[in-house]
Ligand binder design. Sequence first.
Ligand SMILES: C[S@@+](CC[C@H](N)C(=O)[O-])C[C@H]1O[C@@H](n2cnc3c(N)ncnc32)[C@H](O)[C@@H]1O
Length: 291
Amino acid sequence: MTARDFPMRDGCGSIEKPDSAEVEDLEIRLLLEGVFQRYGYDFRDYALSSLKRRTRNFSAQEGVSTISALQEKILRDPELMERYLHALSVNVTSMFRDPGFYRAFREKVAPFLRTYPSTRIWHAGCSSGEEVYSMAILLMEEGLHEKTRIYATDFDEKTLQQAKTGVYPLQAMADHEKNYIESGGKRSLPDYYVARYDHVMFAERLRENIVWAQHNLVTDGSFNEFHAIVCRNVMIYFNSALQARVHKLFHESLARFGILALGEKETIHGSPVAACYGTVDEYEKIYKRKQ
Ligand SMILES: C[S@@+](CC[C@H](N)C(=O)[O-])C[C@H]1O[C@@H](n2cnc3c(N)ncnc32)[C@H](O)[C@@H]1O
């Protein structure tokens, strides 16, 4: 928090009246500071516009008229905090999202992973798990599943619980199947799940090598050394200082020649560790650690 965040005295010593947008910015910064100090969740370096929109919607949903009033309630009510956390995490995802990425991973990364006796892949910010099951299917079709352990993490426990079940709505499967085919899938998506009524459950064999864990990219450190890190559509919600910190975390967590896969609108360029990476596929945002 800096002095700039507070109303200033003008040359005559009277206090300038801030406009309501300034007050709202101040309220949100105080809320995020309070959330950090009370619960340890650190949103202070998230991109502000998305945070503001989500906080406004959440306040309306909870019947609270100002962000200051929301702050008072959140600080006293851990369950409300859990709901706020869930409201702040954008969980949009799908299977084989951006099929070109999975095609590139299959063609350019799988042959490299085959050179190792065993491999570890970290899916950071995995949301409800669709991208993790997509990767498990890809690895199975490329003969890599047996020797790979996938670590799937997110900071949102509620979403992670859903991911662990491997249960998804049947109606979403048509779109997932379309992506799967476009991504170069070698079989048929229903080969990997059992449909019951309006839901499907992914096969136990896909889930065997997946370790699910809560991990916060902002406040938690490195926990293993990986041959590939997939972190797609997560850093887009961070400001550039936080992106730089997370890039350092990934660099520390990658084995030499390890792969870093980012989302469509994300890049390694401009990060403090950019020079440590070469490019595998610039369009699909796949990079390889050099040093
Ligand atoms: C838009 S989803 C992306 C899901 C998936 N990676 C994909 O590309 O489809 C963003 C995910 O990042 C998670 N996330 C946001 N901030 C995080 C943090 N600090 N640490 C870990 N996960 C975070 C959210 O909970 C959410 O599940």
